[in-house]
Design a protein around this ligand. Structure first.
Ligand SMILES: Nc1ncnc2c1ncn2[C@@H]1O[C@H](COP(=O)(O)OP(=O)(O)OP(=O)(O)O)[C@@H](O)[C@H]1O
Length: 272
């Protein structure tokens, strides 16, 4: 038994001569929002699909809500919500019909109204799915992922194709969900906005893990001035000291902090 929602040790998966996941460890606490980051081909989808019970593994141990997904049954599946990158069409149904249809599968579904409100689709309840915009379709995908009150929700690149306003609305929806979430995204600002912790993977291995605010020491500021440069957790104190030294304005003063994207690009060794 484990107290974590997800506990993975030494996960391995190869496809013929491609090693997709190469000894990956992952612990996600109950109630946590975790972002899984990594470049194309890093092994994110393979990992997530193994956790969802949709793909077999070659080695390692996996526990999701206390159960091995490779041997999980219908009761476990009903505790999991999945929002895939693309969903199958049921385009002739209305939004309300689609949600009701999926809700029947779960023992304690959210009400239609609550689900529509959570994803901001109340005004579209009687629209046919094929008439929705891309962003509205994505919200419907999320509605279908949460209608069963999952204890663990998988969100795979949930805001791809959203306009900036829709993305922020979606983020506030996610923050309002009272559940454990594993999110994959290529948007570093999305990870910073939503995740309690981020895990950066590449070539099927974990490169780094931590709080998005402090990962890679990004909470340290770099203070640069004409005659020097220093990294510090307290740039105000350093500037006060420099102001005294120069008896006034500090020549060429600049204070910068790396973004999560800067830290990420350094971690994966990207040329910039
Ligand atoms: N069904 C498959 N058959 C063969 N190789 C596969 C299969 N699925 C994934 N791979 C390979 O495994 C590696 C990891 O792929 P995966 O889809 O897990 O990466 P990812 O991190 O999700 O990438 P992306 O960000 O592009 O979605 C890649 O080299 C990919 O080509």
């Amino acid at each position: 038994m484990t107290d974590d929602a997800v506990r993975v040790r030494g996960l391995r998966k190869s496809y013929r001569d491609t090693t997709a996941v190469d000894g990956l460890d992952l612990d996600i606490a109950h109630g946590e929002v975790r972002a899984l980051l990594g470049p194309n081909g890093a092994g994110k989808t393979t990992t997530v699909e193994i956790l969802e019970g949709h793909r077999s593994r070659d080695g390692g141990s996996v526990s999701v809500l206390g159960v091995d997904p490779a041997r999980a049954g219908i009761a476990w599946r009903r505790e999991i919500g999945i929002v895939l990158q693309e969903t199958a069409d049921a385009a002739e149904l209305t939004v309300a019909e689609t949600i009701r249809h999926v809700a029947r599968y779960f023992p304690r579904p959210r009400s239609l109204d609550e689900t529509l409100d959570l994803v901001g689709l109340a005004e579209k309840r009687d629209s046919r799915v094929r008439r929705l915009s891309g962003g509205q379709r994505r919200r419907l995908d999320v509605a279908l992922g949460i209608v069963g009150r999952p204890r663990l929700l998988f969100l795979d690149e949930p805001t791809t194709g959203f306009d900036p306003v829709a993305r922020r609305q979606f983020w506030s929806t996610v923050r309002g969900l009272d559940t454990t979430i594993l999110l994959t995204t290529h948007y570093l600002d999305e990870a910073a906005a939503l995740a309690d912790r981020v895990t950066v993977i590449d070539a099927g291995r974990v490169l780094a893990e931590g709080d998005p605010a402090t990962l890679g020491a990004r909470d340290l500021a770099t203070v640069t001035w004409r005659d020097g440069r220093e990294r510090t957790a307290d740039p105000a104190a350093l500037v006060a000291r420099l102001t005294a030294v120069y008896s006034g304005a500090v020549p060429g003063l600049e204070i910068t902090r790396p973004s999560l994207e800067d830290v990420y690009l350094d971690l994966i060794g990207a040329d910039r």
